[in-house]
Design a protein around this ligand. Structure first.
Ligand SMILES: CC(C)(COP(=O)(O)OP(=O)(O)OC[C@H]1O[C@@H](n2cnc3c(N)ncnc32)[C@H](O)[C@@H]1OP(=O)(O)O)[C@@H](O)C(=O)NCCC(=O)NCCS
Length: 188
């Protein structure tokens, strides 16, 4: 029996990362109407308020079950959730974790995912001392490639026909950021 993971609050500059709550349902309704977000996430389609609440509950369940941390990305200026980022730790025994993110259309264009990804990478590599965090991005997804690069992730290669999404086999670019690449803390 485990007590599970505690979802943190993380500073991401103009954004705050925090656990999901019922007040985030407008974000989920918007995300459900996006053509790609439901393909890469468990955002429910068709959307209903009950499905939205179940999504919020699932994010907390994943921490309780030790699967990982699912965080809402909140725009501090507007005090509203604009997206989601996850840190999945089921391969922790091998010294690696996976991440992924989405931003609803109305929150895009301000680098929210890049700020969130940099904050989650710091949390994973420094606070949790995980050696490696990786991320899969479809090759056409320039906005996500830019996000990964801005957050200090390095492109490692193309995984051909890596997985099925939305009924189609997809190639994936593999990106990673390593604890070994982090600048060492200044000597006292
Ligand atoms: C990928 C995503 C999270 C980025 O959202 P965001 O943080 O608002 O990103 P921004 O719009 O601020 O753009 C980030 C960078 O990509 C660039 N960019 C954005 N859209 C682009 C496009 N269509 N073509 C080329 N470049 C683009 C921006 O110019 C910016 O570049 P910069 O860092 O050099 O300034 C968002 O588009 C999204 O949620 N898409 C659907 C879900 C998804 O793809 N998730 C990632 C799966 S790996």
């Amino acid at each position: 029996m485990t007590d599970g993971l505690v979802i943190p609050e993380l500073d991401a500059g103009p954004f705050l990362l925090r656990p999901f709550r019922a007040g985030d349902l407008p974000l989920l309704a918007e995300a459900a109407a996006d053509p790609y977000i439901p393909v890469i996430s468990s955002v429910p389609v068709p959307y209903s308020e009950a499905d939205g609440l179940a999504f919020v509950q699932r994010q907390h369940d994943r921490a309780r079950e030790g699967v990982g941390y699912s965080l809402a990305i909140v725009d501090r200026a507007e005090d509203r959730a604009v997206g989601q980022i996850g840190l999945w730790v089921t391969e922790l025994a091998e010294g690696r974790a996976a991440t992924g993110y989405w931003i609803a259309p109305s929150g895009r264009g301000r680098g929210a995912a890049g700020h969130a990804l940099a904050a989650v990478a710091r949390f994973a590599l420094t606070d949790l001392a995980i050696p490696r965090v990786h991320l899969h991005v479809e090759p056409w997804n320039t906005a996500s490639v830019r996000t990964a690069e801005r957050a200090g992730f390095r492109r490692e290669g193309l995984l051909r026909s890596w997985m099925e999404l939305g009924g189609t086999r997809r190639d994936m670019l593999l990106f990673a950021r390593l604890a070994a690449d982090e600048p060492s803390p200044a000597a006292p």
